[in-house]
Design a protein around this ligand. Structure first.
Ligand code: UDP
Length: 417
């Protein structure tokens, strides 16, 4: 099967931890590789954001990254990309007219829009994964949401017009249906974890004895709740908090969010117990996870959340907000503890409970590793995703795409056909 992934801002080759480089990059890279291991030929189309690399770069056996020229050849914040997406889509259409993929899988709304406009005239089925819905972002971020104004409406149109949707968690399924997606076209397939690298056994990063080590891993953005976590750790003198993410450690001083977090730590009296590590490379992460007593993921909302799954795979209990994908991945009392979002008091309670009971931490950690192995291998994610593609290829009537068929024009709500 020939598969084209579209991931306009999130390149599988990017360094992770920056504002616009996180779970989507990991997901697209690992899913593409898993599909290639099942015999597919995969091309990942992403916007060229530096002049250096060649147009096509191999990522793994059977997977190539295609750098599509669209806009300046430098990093552009993803919310500023819409003016360049028409050119991006035109390039895809030219390529797909020359070499037709069996299926296109678009990641994030701008990719969805570009993929649909390029693939629909050619009769190629389009699968969409949102990675984050504008309607959810707006609900939680309000006036701080910098998304382009047409995002929510575009997503509402997209979820009705694509042939199939892969949601990464149950909560997203509900959001999609509320947005107008036909439930019959939505499959829930989680994101995954590299179970060869993220294991309970292996090297452990050095640590000082005597303190409970709490670890955060992720992009340094406000909605990840790192501020809430710092407040909680400040109230627990026997704990230290390591924060992995953001730019390289040497450049962290220029990062305004890092400065805000450091200030918060100082003001709350935990300046000497909170350490910002900056970006941590993939190869070093498993040892860092293993060195932690608890991994804390306490976002205000979270479309999926690969970090808690990585933590579980390394056998570490997770304190997680009961939001989004974390409701599916972390089992409250089974592989970690759930807390409400934006609630430092409840994070304090959860961390205190775990600090007082090493045996319970070990039980939760071991159960997390078993859960990660059973449910979140990329092999399983690849197989489930391939089933979605096969259904579209082999039973074409199920999606909406046939060459020359419906164009996505919709009948206004409440009118008869
Ligand atoms: N990550 C990393 N190094 C860092 C910070 C983050 O490799 O310094 C990775 C992390 O291990 C995870 C991804 O970035 O694989 C973040 O994904 P997640 O789904 O948790 O959050 P998102 O970025 O999608 O909001």
């Amino acid at each position: 099967m020939k598969i084209c992934m579209v991931s306009e801002h999130a390149s599988p080759l990017a360094l992770l931890g920056g504002v616009d480089a996180g779970g989507q990059n990991v997901h697209v890279a690992a899913l593409s590789s898993a599909l290639a291991r099942r015999g597919a030929q995969v091309v990942v189309h992403t916007r060229r954001d530096s002049p250096g690399p060649p147009r096509r770069v191999p990522l793994a056996d059977g997977v190539e990254v295609d750098h599509v020229p669209a806009g300046p050849t430098r990093p552009v914040p993803k919310d500023d990309l819409p003016p360049y997406m028409r050119g991006f889509a035109a390039d895809l259409r030219d390529q797909w007219a020359r070499e037709r993929p069996d299926v296109v899988h678009a990641h994030f709304w701008m990719s969805g829009k570009a993929a649909l406009s390029a693939a629909r005239p050619l009769g190629i089925p389009v699968v969409f994964t949102s990675h984050a819905l504008g309607v959810v972002k707006r609900r939680h971020q309000g006036s701080k949401d910098t998304s382009p104004p047409d995002r929510v409406q575009t997503e509402a149109t997209l979820v009705r017009d694509v042939d199939a949707i892969v949601a990464t968690c149950t909560d997203e399924l509900f959001e999609l249906v509320r947005l107008g997606a036909p439930g019959s076209r939505v499959s829930v397939v989680p994101s995954g974890v590299d179970l060869a690298a993220f294991t309970p056994d292996g090297p452990v990063a050095p640590r000082a004895p005597g303190r409970l080590r709490v670890l955060f891993v992720g992009r340094l953005v406000e909605r990840k709740g790192i501020g809430n976590l710092i407040e909680a750790v400040a109230a627990l003198p026997g704990t230290e908090l390591l924060i992995a993410g953001g730019s390289d450690r040497s450049e962290l001083d220029q990062d305004p969010e890092a400065a805000r977090l450091r200030r918060l730590a100082r003001l709350s009296g935990a300046g000497d117990r909170v350490t910002l590590l900056g970006r941590v490379g993939r190869a070093e992460l498993p040892a860092l996870y293993r060195s932690a007593d608890v991994v804390a993921c306490v976002p205000w909302y979270e479309p999926f959340g690969i970090v808690p799954v990585e933590a579980m795979a390394c056998g570490v209990p997770v304190v997680a907000s009961a939001v989004g994908g974390l409701i599916d991945t972390v089992v409250d009392g089974g592989t970690g503890l759930h807390v409400p979002p934006r609630c430092p008091e409840r994070i304090v309670e959860a961390l205190s409970e775990l600090a007082a009971d090493p045996a319970e931490r070990a039980r939760l950690g071991a159960a997390g590793a078993r859960r990660a192995q059973a449910l979140f291998s990329w092999e399983r994610v690849g197989a489930l995703t391939m089933n979605v593609y096969r259904r579209l290829r082999d039973a074409p009537g199920q999606g909406v795409t046939r060459a020359g068929s419906r164009t996505g024009a919709r009948r206004p709500v409440g009118t008869r056909p």
